[in-house]
Design a protein around this ligand. Structure first.
Ligand code: 13P
Ligand code: SF4
Length: 345
Protein backbone atom coordinates (compact mmCIF):
# COMPACT_ATOMS: atom_id res chain seq x y z
CA UNK A 1 0.00 0.00 0.00
CA UNK A 2 1.32 3.41 -0.93
CA UNK A 3 1.52 5.54 2.24
CA UNK A 4 3.75 8.49 3.00
CA UNK A 5 5.90 8.50 6.10
CA UNK A 6 4.83 10.52 9.14
CA UNK A 7 7.32 13.13 10.29
CA UNK A 8 7.15 15.21 13.44
CA UNK A 9 7.50 18.39 11.38
CA UNK A 10 4.03 17.84 9.89
CA UNK A 11 2.22 19.55 12.76
CA UNK A 12 2.99 22.11 15.40
CA UNK A 13 2.73 22.03 19.15
CA UNK A 14 2.98 25.49 20.69
CA UNK A 15 3.08 27.03 24.11
CA UNK A 16 -0.29 26.67 25.85
CA UNK A 17 -1.76 29.85 27.30
CA UNK A 18 -4.98 30.72 29.14
CA UNK A 19 -5.45 34.00 27.25
CA UNK A 20 -9.04 33.14 26.24
CA UNK A 21 -10.30 32.60 29.77
CA UNK A 22 -11.64 36.01 30.85
CA UNK A 23 -14.16 35.67 33.70
CA UNK A 24 -12.49 35.65 37.19
CA UNK A 25 -14.43 32.52 38.29
CA UNK A 26 -13.42 30.63 35.17
CA UNK A 27 -9.85 31.91 35.48
CA UNK A 28 -9.57 30.59 39.02
CA UNK A 29 -10.86 27.18 37.91
CA UNK A 30 -8.62 27.19 34.82
CA UNK A 31 -5.53 28.02 36.88
CA UNK A 32 -6.42 25.17 39.26
CA UNK A 33 -6.80 22.75 36.33
CA UNK A 34 -3.48 23.79 34.79
CA UNK A 35 -1.71 23.50 38.18
CA UNK A 36 -3.16 20.00 38.69
CA UNK A 37 -2.10 19.00 35.18
CA UNK A 38 1.46 20.22 35.83
CA UNK A 39 1.58 18.41 39.16
CA UNK A 40 0.46 15.13 37.52
CA UNK A 41 2.64 15.57 34.41
CA UNK A 42 -0.54 15.56 32.33
CA UNK A 43 -1.47 17.21 29.04
CA UNK A 44 -5.13 18.05 28.32
CA UNK A 45 -6.40 17.48 24.77
CA UNK A 46 -9.89 18.63 23.73
CA UNK A 47 -11.95 17.97 20.62
CA UNK A 48 -13.59 20.89 18.79
CA UNK A 49 -17.05 19.72 20.03
CA UNK A 50 -16.24 20.07 23.75
CA UNK A 51 -17.94 22.74 25.87
CA UNK A 52 -16.20 26.17 25.63
CA UNK A 53 -14.70 26.07 29.16
CA UNK A 54 -12.92 22.83 28.35
CA UNK A 55 -11.72 24.01 24.94
CA UNK A 56 -10.29 27.13 26.62
CA UNK A 57 -8.43 25.31 29.40
CA UNK A 58 -7.03 22.50 27.21
CA UNK A 59 -3.39 22.57 26.16
CA UNK A 60 -4.41 21.59 22.60
CA UNK A 61 -7.77 21.71 20.77
CA UNK A 62 -8.36 20.11 17.39
CA UNK A 63 -10.04 17.60 15.12
CA UNK A 64 -9.58 13.84 15.51
CA UNK A 65 -6.58 13.66 13.19
CA UNK A 66 -4.72 16.59 14.75
CA UNK A 67 -5.35 15.24 18.26
CA UNK A 68 -4.10 11.76 17.24
CA UNK A 69 -0.95 13.33 15.88
CA UNK A 70 -0.41 15.25 19.12
CA UNK A 71 -1.15 12.20 21.30
CA UNK A 72 1.58 10.30 19.46
CA UNK A 73 4.30 12.79 20.38
CA UNK A 74 3.55 14.75 23.59
CA UNK A 75 6.24 14.34 26.26
CA UNK A 76 3.90 14.16 29.30
CA UNK A 77 3.36 10.75 30.94
CA UNK A 78 -0.44 11.24 31.17
CA UNK A 79 -2.93 12.34 28.52
CA UNK A 80 -6.32 13.57 29.71
CA UNK A 81 -8.57 13.21 26.67
CA UNK A 82 -11.63 15.48 26.62
CA UNK A 83 -13.53 13.89 23.79
CA UNK A 84 -15.22 10.54 23.27
CA UNK A 85 -14.01 7.05 24.12
CA UNK A 86 -12.70 5.98 20.70
CA UNK A 87 -10.48 9.09 20.62
CA UNK A 88 -8.96 8.21 24.01
CA UNK A 89 -8.49 4.61 22.82
CA UNK A 90 -6.66 5.90 19.73
CA UNK A 91 -4.33 7.87 22.02
CA UNK A 92 -3.70 4.67 24.01
CA UNK A 93 -2.93 2.72 20.82
CA UNK A 94 -0.40 5.36 19.76
CA UNK A 95 1.18 5.93 23.19
CA UNK A 96 0.81 2.57 24.86
CA UNK A 97 3.16 3.30 27.76
CA UNK A 98 1.33 6.48 28.76
CA UNK A 99 -1.63 6.70 31.11
CA UNK A 100 -4.72 7.80 29.19
CA UNK A 101 -7.61 9.28 31.13
CA UNK A 102 -11.08 10.27 29.96
CA UNK A 103 -13.16 12.27 32.47
CA UNK A 104 -16.21 10.01 31.84
CA UNK A 105 -15.72 6.62 30.21
CA UNK A 106 -19.42 6.49 29.26
CA UNK A 107 -18.76 9.14 26.58
CA UNK A 108 -19.29 6.83 23.60
CA UNK A 109 -20.16 7.43 19.95
CA UNK A 110 -23.31 6.30 18.16
CA UNK A 111 -21.36 5.97 14.90
CA UNK A 112 -18.65 3.75 16.42
CA UNK A 113 -21.46 1.55 17.77
CA UNK A 114 -22.74 0.78 14.26
CA UNK A 115 -20.07 -1.86 13.51
CA UNK A 116 -18.47 -4.57 15.67
CA UNK A 117 -15.25 -6.51 15.04
CA UNK A 118 -17.33 -9.67 14.37
CA UNK A 119 -19.42 -7.87 11.75
CA UNK A 120 -16.29 -6.52 10.08
CA UNK A 121 -14.68 -9.99 10.01
CA UNK A 122 -17.83 -11.36 8.35
CA UNK A 123 -17.83 -8.53 5.76
CA UNK A 124 -14.13 -9.13 4.99
CA UNK A 125 -14.82 -12.83 4.43
CA UNK A 126 -17.37 -11.85 1.76
CA UNK A 127 -14.76 -9.68 -0.07
CA UNK A 128 -11.39 -11.44 0.00
CA UNK A 129 -8.56 -9.21 -1.26
CA UNK A 130 -10.36 -5.96 -0.44
CA UNK A 131 -8.58 -3.24 1.57
CA UNK A 132 -10.46 -2.17 4.72
CA UNK A 133 -10.64 1.56 5.38
CA UNK A 134 -12.24 2.43 8.72
CA UNK A 135 -13.16 5.87 9.90
CA UNK A 136 -11.36 6.66 13.16
CA UNK A 137 -14.80 6.69 14.86
CA UNK A 138 -14.54 2.93 15.56
CA UNK A 139 -13.54 0.77 18.53
CA UNK A 140 -9.98 -0.47 18.96
CA UNK A 141 -11.20 -4.01 18.13
CA UNK A 142 -12.52 -2.77 14.74
CA UNK A 143 -9.26 -0.90 14.10
CA UNK A 144 -7.38 -4.17 14.74
CA UNK A 145 -9.30 -5.66 11.75
CA UNK A 146 -8.56 -2.61 9.58
CA UNK A 147 -5.83 -1.99 6.99
CA UNK A 148 -5.88 1.79 7.21
CA UNK A 149 -7.91 4.23 9.29
CA UNK A 150 -8.98 7.69 8.14
CA UNK A 151 -10.64 10.78 9.55
CA UNK A 152 -12.95 13.20 7.80
CA UNK A 153 -9.94 15.41 7.00
CA UNK A 154 -7.97 12.76 5.09
CA UNK A 155 -10.55 10.13 3.98
CA UNK A 156 -10.29 11.06 0.30
CA UNK A 157 -6.47 10.96 0.33
CA UNK A 158 -6.47 7.64 2.20
CA UNK A 159 -8.71 5.99 -0.39
CA UNK A 160 -6.67 7.57 -3.20
CA UNK A 161 -3.54 5.93 -1.71
CA UNK A 162 -5.01 2.48 -2.51
CA UNK A 163 -4.36 1.14 -6.04
CA UNK A 164 -7.40 1.86 -8.24
CA UNK A 165 -8.03 -1.80 -9.13
CA UNK A 166 -8.18 -2.99 -5.49
CA UNK A 167 -11.69 -3.11 -3.96
CA UNK A 168 -12.24 -1.05 -0.80
CA UNK A 169 -14.48 -1.80 2.18
CA UNK A 170 -15.28 1.56 3.76
CA UNK A 171 -16.87 1.69 7.23
CA UNK A 172 -18.82 2.72 9.16
CA UNK A 173 -20.14 6.12 7.98
CA UNK A 174 -22.33 5.98 4.88
CA UNK A 175 -22.36 9.75 4.28
CA UNK A 176 -18.58 10.13 4.51
CA UNK A 177 -18.32 7.02 2.30
CA UNK A 178 -20.62 8.59 -0.31
CA UNK A 179 -18.54 11.78 -0.22
CA UNK A 180 -15.28 9.83 -0.72
CA UNK A 181 -16.81 7.81 -3.56
CA UNK A 182 -17.94 11.02 -5.27
CA UNK A 183 -14.51 12.63 -4.90
CA UNK A 184 -12.47 9.59 -5.98
CA UNK A 185 -14.99 8.42 -8.64
CA UNK A 186 -14.21 4.83 -7.56
CA UNK A 187 -16.65 2.11 -8.61
CA UNK A 188 -15.13 -0.63 -6.40
CA UNK A 189 -15.99 0.85 -2.98
CA UNK A 190 -18.36 -1.02 -0.68
CA UNK A 191 -19.83 1.22 2.01
CA UNK A 192 -21.15 0.21 5.44
CA UNK A 193 -24.52 1.81 6.19
CA UNK A 194 -23.67 3.34 9.58
CA UNK A 195 -24.38 6.92 10.61
CA UNK A 196 -23.91 9.39 13.43
CA UNK A 197 -27.26 10.30 14.99
CA UNK A 198 -26.22 13.96 15.39
CA UNK A 199 -25.05 14.53 11.82
CA UNK A 200 -27.71 12.34 10.18
CA UNK A 201 -30.23 14.64 11.88
CA UNK A 202 -28.98 17.67 9.93
CA UNK A 203 -30.96 17.06 6.79
CA UNK A 204 -31.20 18.51 3.32
CA UNK A 205 -34.58 20.21 3.75
CA UNK A 206 -33.33 22.29 6.71
CA UNK A 207 -30.24 23.20 4.78
CA UNK A 208 -32.25 24.16 1.72
CA UNK A 209 -34.54 26.40 3.79
CA UNK A 210 -31.59 28.18 5.39
CA UNK A 211 -29.80 28.63 2.09
CA UNK A 212 -32.98 30.14 0.62
CA UNK A 213 -33.23 32.55 3.57
CA UNK A 214 -29.51 33.50 3.41
CA UNK A 215 -28.62 33.65 -0.29
CA UNK A 216 -25.19 35.27 0.31
CA UNK A 217 -23.96 32.97 3.06
CA UNK A 218 -21.21 30.38 2.68
CA UNK A 219 -21.82 26.79 3.78
CA UNK A 220 -19.47 24.64 5.88
CA UNK A 221 -20.73 21.04 5.87
CA UNK A 222 -19.17 18.14 7.81
CA UNK A 223 -19.11 15.05 5.56
CA UNK A 224 -20.84 12.94 8.25
CA UNK A 225 -23.99 15.04 7.72
CA UNK A 226 -27.12 13.51 6.29
CA UNK A 227 -27.22 16.74 4.34
CA UNK A 228 -23.79 16.32 2.70
CA UNK A 229 -25.31 14.64 -0.35
CA UNK A 230 -27.97 17.33 -0.55
CA UNK A 231 -25.38 20.08 -0.18
CA UNK A 232 -23.49 18.69 -3.17
CA UNK A 233 -26.77 18.28 -5.05
CA UNK A 234 -27.78 21.87 -4.28
CA UNK A 235 -24.37 23.01 -5.51
CA UNK A 236 -24.46 20.96 -8.71
CA UNK A 237 -28.00 22.18 -9.45
CA UNK A 238 -26.87 25.79 -9.00
CA UNK A 239 -29.23 26.36 -6.02
CA UNK A 240 -26.11 27.38 -4.06
CA UNK A 241 -22.96 28.28 -5.99
CA UNK A 242 -20.42 25.43 -5.68
CA UNK A 243 -17.67 27.87 -4.64
CA UNK A 244 -19.69 28.78 -1.52
CA UNK A 245 -20.26 25.17 -0.41
CA UNK A 246 -17.38 23.53 1.45
CA UNK A 247 -17.37 19.92 2.69
CA UNK A 248 -14.89 20.02 5.57
CA UNK A 249 -13.65 18.21 8.68
CA UNK A 250 -13.85 20.20 11.91
CA UNK A 251 -10.18 21.20 11.50
CA UNK A 252 -10.80 22.10 7.85
CA UNK A 253 -13.66 24.40 8.95
CA UNK A 254 -11.25 26.31 11.18
CA UNK A 255 -8.73 26.72 8.38
CA UNK A 256 -11.50 27.98 6.06
CA UNK A 257 -12.85 30.32 8.77
CA UNK A 258 -9.46 32.03 9.06
CA UNK A 259 -9.55 33.15 5.43
CA UNK A 260 -13.24 33.55 4.53
CA UNK A 261 -14.45 37.00 3.47
CA UNK A 262 -18.14 36.01 3.84
CA UNK A 263 -20.38 38.07 6.15
CA UNK A 264 -22.18 34.91 7.23
CA UNK A 265 -21.32 31.20 7.28
CA UNK A 266 -23.94 28.48 7.88
CA UNK A 267 -22.35 25.61 9.77
CA UNK A 268 -23.64 22.05 9.42
CA UNK A 269 -22.04 20.07 12.25
CA UNK A 270 -22.17 19.65 16.03
CA UNK A 271 -22.73 23.06 17.63
CA UNK A 272 -19.60 22.91 19.87
CA UNK A 273 -17.69 23.81 16.69
CA UNK A 274 -19.03 27.38 16.76
CA UNK A 275 -16.83 28.32 19.74
CA UNK A 276 -13.54 27.82 17.86
CA UNK A 277 -14.95 29.30 14.62
CA UNK A 278 -16.02 32.49 16.41
CA UNK A 279 -12.62 32.69 18.13
CA UNK A 280 -10.57 32.49 14.94
CA UNK A 281 -12.77 34.95 13.02
CA UNK A 282 -14.59 37.67 14.95
CA UNK A 283 -15.97 39.54 11.93
CA UNK A 284 -17.90 36.76 10.17
CA UNK A 285 -21.21 35.57 11.69
CA UNK A 286 -21.25 31.77 12.15
CA UNK A 287 -24.70 30.21 12.51
CA UNK A 288 -25.65 26.57 13.01
CA UNK A 289 -27.84 24.93 10.37
CA UNK A 290 -29.46 22.97 13.21
CA UNK A 291 -29.25 24.31 16.78
CA UNK A 292 -30.27 20.90 18.12
CA UNK A 293 -27.19 19.18 16.64
CA UNK A 294 -25.62 18.50 20.03
CA UNK A 295 -23.60 15.34 20.74
CA UNK A 296 -24.70 14.19 24.19
CA UNK A 297 -21.55 12.04 24.45
CA UNK A 298 -19.17 14.96 23.85
CA UNK A 299 -21.13 16.98 26.42
CA UNK A 300 -20.70 14.27 29.10
CA UNK A 301 -17.26 15.78 29.68
CA UNK A 302 -17.92 18.68 32.06
CA UNK A 303 -15.54 21.07 33.89
CA UNK A 304 -16.35 19.31 37.18
CA UNK A 305 -15.54 15.89 35.73
CA UNK A 306 -12.28 17.18 34.26
CA UNK A 307 -11.19 18.39 37.70
CA UNK A 308 -12.26 15.10 39.30
CA UNK A 309 -10.32 13.18 36.64
CA UNK A 310 -7.14 15.13 37.37
CA UNK A 311 -7.46 14.76 41.13
CA UNK A 312 -8.34 11.05 41.14
CA UNK A 313 -6.68 9.79 37.95
CA UNK A 314 -9.91 8.31 36.53
CA UNK A 315 -11.35 6.98 34.22
CA UNK A 316 -8.31 5.10 32.91
CA UNK A 317 -8.63 3.93 29.29
CA UNK A 318 -7.05 0.57 28.51
CA UNK A 319 -6.80 -1.48 25.33
CA UNK A 320 -5.60 -5.13 25.44
CA UNK A 321 -2.01 -5.23 24.16
CA UNK A 322 -2.65 -7.68 21.29
CA UNK A 323 -5.54 -5.51 19.98
CA UNK A 324 -3.50 -2.31 20.36
CA UNK A 325 -0.54 -3.88 18.50
CA UNK A 326 -2.79 -4.91 15.57
CA UNK A 327 -4.67 -1.59 15.54
CA UNK A 328 -1.49 0.54 15.66
CA UNK A 329 -0.47 -0.09 12.07
CA UNK A 330 -3.81 1.10 10.67
CA UNK A 331 -3.73 4.23 12.86
CA UNK A 332 -0.11 5.03 12.00
CA UNK A 333 -0.95 4.77 8.30
CA UNK A 334 -3.79 7.24 8.92
CA UNK A 335 -1.61 9.87 10.60
CA UNK A 336 0.95 9.57 7.80
CA UNK A 337 -1.57 10.72 5.17
CA UNK A 338 -3.07 14.13 4.51
CA UNK A 339 -2.36 17.76 5.20
CA UNK A 340 -2.36 18.38 8.94
CA UNK A 341 -5.03 20.81 10.16
CA UNK A 342 -3.93 23.37 12.71
CA UNK A 343 -4.55 22.96 16.39
CA UNK A 344 -5.55 25.62 18.90
CA UNK A 345 -3.64 26.03 22.12
P1 13P B 1 -13.46 15.37 13.03
O1 13P B 1 -12.60 14.24 12.57
O2 13P B 1 -13.84 16.27 11.90
O3 13P B 1 -12.87 16.02 14.20
O4 13P B 1 -14.86 14.74 13.50
C1 13P B 1 -14.95 13.84 14.54
C2 13P B 1 -16.36 13.51 14.86
O5 13P B 1 -16.67 12.77 15.76
C3 13P B 1 -17.38 14.11 14.04
O6 13P B 1 -18.60 13.79 14.56
FE1 SF4 C 1 -19.85 10.19 17.44
FE2 SF4 C 1 -21.58 11.73 16.17
FE3 SF4 C 1 -20.80 12.40 18.61
FE4 SF4 C 1 -19.08 12.62 16.53
S1 SF4 C 1 -20.97 13.79 16.87
S2 SF4 C 1 -18.66 11.75 18.54
S3 SF4 C 1 -19.72 10.86 15.31
S4 SF4 C 1 -21.97 10.56 18.07
Amino acid sequence: MNVRLFTKAQFRIGTPSLADVTSPVDKEWANRIRALAAEKDAVILAHNYQVPEIQDVAHHVGDSLALSRIAATVPESTIVFCGVHFMAETAKILSYDKTIIIPDERAGCSLADTITADQLREWKAQHPGAVVVSYVNTTAAVKAETDICCTSSNAVEVVQSIPADVPVLFCPDQFLGAHVQRMTKRDNMHIWMGECHVHAGINGSELKAMVAAEPDAELFVHPECGCATSAMYLASEGVVPAERTHILSTGGMLDAARTTKAKKVLVATETGMLHQLRKVNVTTVFEPVNRAAVCKYMKMITPEKLEHALVHGTDVVDVPRDIADRARLSVERMIAIGTPSRVGE
